[in-house]
Design a protein around this ligand. Structure first.
Ligand code: PMP
Length: 407
């Protein structure tokens, strides 16, 4: 990213000019949520100004306009993920809701006592708890793929774990704590040898690396809009059509039905069978705008620049004594987690905040991962393409000061 285009990009994100405690904001909490460019903010405004009417079934002009915008947004998500058909895209509130949808409906259709679900040790709680709930409901067992010290999944252990009881594998594409980019294509291939479907949690992947669900041959792929410059409250589930046909509905209500009588209800066609109630058509159209924006910059350009930032940040962090980088996988995304000596991550985060720097501290909703590493959590700096090396310099200088105060 050259300086000029970087300046232009930064000017497109109004919040980046905020002043925090009299200091320019340095926002390194992009793994938690990303900031929104003006075009996305404008799209939300435009939606309420020019196409706000409840979608589907409406005979009037505005309703049809809103329906068209929402369905075009579905096509945009479909194209972004490299899926075949828009029917394979279900809008959800985000990653968490998408995983719950699959865990519940897949559990109802295909799981029974004695079956097993495989997740990995580095999952976010949202890719653990829904499966645990399923295991409790159906008296099943949750199996966990371990990882190496570097933070890479143990593929041999994974292979040995799959058996005739395994019903589904659910793994994250990119770890939100370690930054590890998992070899999901390989994980899927291995599971498919046993005819086991795989869900990939793409929450931390889609903003940073090119994803093609067809190339991966993923059965289910989920992500959240707010982590890719879109508003909160909208996300998507990609699922192969065969699965969506085979799964029962998740929630009941309007939109998801074909016909209702008190005796029997028949369900709507795909994907509406899984979208009960008024959908977030303003959010979906803003998500489509965010995806357009990201594609305009180019996901490969984003990946290359963020890699530069991550390498630079890691190198500069190593200047600090007693620095421990948590997660040293060969393939990493735009996340650097660390600890300094015995200082509690929370103390570092709080003092950095006072210097205008937003990082995240704690277990990052991956408590089992932190337990397995025997750490209380980490300080996590996570980058987006609007961040700069100059911001990293400010961060390192501030961190040195903070560490000096706390040691
Ligand atoms: N999975 C991963 C890997 C995440 O990083 C997150 C968000 N931190 C989630 C799932 C949950 O996403 P959401 O809260 O948007 O549903």
């Amino acid at each position: 990213m050259d300086k000029l285009s970087l300046e232009k990009i930064r000017s497109e994100f109004p919040i980046l000019s905020e002043i925090i405690y009299n200091k320019p904001l340095v926002y390194f909490d992009n793994g938690a949520t990303t900031q929104k460019p003006q075009c996305v903010l404008d799209r939300i405004n435009y939606g309420y100004k020019h196409l706000n009417a409840n979608i589907h079934r409406g005979v009037h002009f505005l309703s049809q306009r809103a329906t068209e915008a929402h369905e075009n947004a579905r096509k945009a998500v479909c194209d972004f993920l490299g899926a075949d058909k828009r029917e394979e895209i279900v809008f959800t509130r985000g990653t968490t809701e998408a995983i719950n949808l699959v865990a519940f409906t897949f559990g109802e259709a295909f799981c029974s006592e004695g079956d097993e679900v495989v997740v990995s040790v580095m999952e976010h709680h949202s890719n653990i708890v829904p499966w645990q709930m399923l295991c409790e409901r159906k008296k099943m067992t949750l199996r966990v793929i371990p990882m190496s010290e570097k933070g890479e999944l143990d593929l041999d252990a994974y292979k040995n774990m799959l058996n005739e009881h395994t019903r589904i594998v659910a793994v994250t594409h990119v770890s939100n704590v370690l930054g590890t980019v998992n070899p999901v294509k390989e994980l899927i291939e291995i599971a498919h040898v046993h005819n086991i479907p795989v869900l990939i949690d793409g929450a931390q992947a889609v903003p940073h690396i090119k994803v093609n669900v067809k190339e991966l041959d993923a059965d289910f792929y989920v992500f959240s809009g707010h982590k890719i410059y879109a508003p909160t409250g909208i996300g998507a589930l990609y699922a192969k059509e065969k699965w969506l046909n085979a799964l029962p509905p998740y929630q009941g209500g309007g939109e998801m039905i074909a016909a209702v009588t008190f005796e029997k209800t028949t369900y709507n066609e795909l994907p509406f069978k899984f979208e009960a109630g008024t959908p977030d058509y303003i959010g979906s159209t803003a998500l489509a705008e965010a995806l357009r924006y990201v594609q305009e910059i180019g996901i490969e350009n984003i990946a290359a620049y963020e890699h530069e930032l991550t390498v630079y940040a890691t190198e500069r962090l190593m200047e600090i004594e007693n620095m421990r980088i948590i997660g040293q996988a060969d393939k990493k995304s735009a996340v650097v987690s660390f600890l300094v000596g015995n200082i509690h991550p929370y103390d570092i985060g709080m003092l950095l905040d006072r210097l205008g720097i937003a990082v995240r501290t704690g277990h990052h909703c991956a408590q089992p991962l932190c337990d397995s590493l025997q750490i209380p959590g980490t300080v996590r700096a996570s980058f987006a393409f609007y961040n700069t090396k100059e911001e990293i310099d400010v961060f390192i200088q501030a961190l040195k000061r903070v560490v000096g105060m706390l040691l």
